[in-house]
Design a protein around this ligand. Sequence first.
Ligand code: ADP
Ligand code: MN
Ligand code: MN
Ligand code: MN
Length: 338
Amino acid sequence: MTKCKLEYLWLDGYQPTQSLRSKTRIVEDFSGNVEDAPMWGFDGSSTEQAPGGSSDCLLKPVFVCADPDRIGTGYLVMCEVLNHDGTAHVSNGRATIDDNDDDFWFGFEQEYTIWDPETNKPIGFPAEGYPGPQGPYYCSVGAGKAVGREIVEEHLEQCLEAGLNVEGINAEVMMGQWEFQIFAKGAAEAGDQIWVARYLLERTAEKYGLAINWHCKPVKGDWNGSGMHANFSNTLLRTANSKEVFEAVCQAFEPRIKQHIDVYGAENDQRLTGLHETQSIDKFSYGVSDRGASIRIPIFTVEHNWSGYLEDRRPASNADPYKVASVIIATVKTAKVG
Ligand code: ADP
Ligand code: MN
Ligand code: MN
Ligand code: MN
């Protein structure tokens, strides 16, 4: 008999941006399959998910992977939050996915800032004032430019050990700001993988006494914000061989700015200003290789005879990937093609 450690992860009820919570349950001889992870519960009055007088919320396991800090006996169990009567909790974004079409593939570019809780600034920033202006930090190497690499490397290793589909990492434009990319199929799977990767990142940084700041504009002024670019495709786009198909799909997004911005992250107006490689929050545009557009048509797509994918650059680093993927699927399905 083996005592296994299952770390149950869920999203709390904080507004406007939810945080991750987790706690450990010991289970004998766990198979590693999500169907064998038992339902569990927690005190919703401590997470802004229930009143104190009726505080029980339920945890429904939906995704399981290895826990890289407890190899052999440990698992991470991503959960949905349910009310005690078994209905989906209002904070449960995953349950609102009404079209989990696996024909849709997502590659999320999750940007974030490693944050020093002592100085309340990005790591590498001096206690007084600012580092030199942006320019040298993106994809940099060397002290004074790349800061926090040991954490980023450790997180990458953890994602790979957990079996997440991480595809790459890079240092970003602001000092202390980094990115990882994760690829998955379907809105639920893509969301599960991003949330578990976020959990691993916060837990890794915690070991160094550091935090992860998911805010989309953590440093005001002439410093890049953090996004979560959503690259997406379906069979239609992957096999289009047609500029017209790509234009029709892009145009389907135009009348639905509000539906998208509503779920693209809190305070995204601070980031989508038209500066720093963004389009304004109230405008919609698309273009080949255009990093100032709402949707960029990657050069890959053009070079593959207009077959490939699109990049919605608007989602913020603090957005819920379940909701982002869900609204993209819905909008693409309104496109008038053929
Ligand atoms: P950028 O040039 O915007 O920084 P990245 O290399 O960081 O681009 O990210 C590109 C993302 O596009 C990757 O996460 C990759 O998985 C994703 N991607 C590539 N092809 C597809 C596709 N056909 N469908 C969905 N996502 C894709
Ligand atoms: Mn990128
Ligand atoms: Mn980036
Ligand atoms: Mn991008």
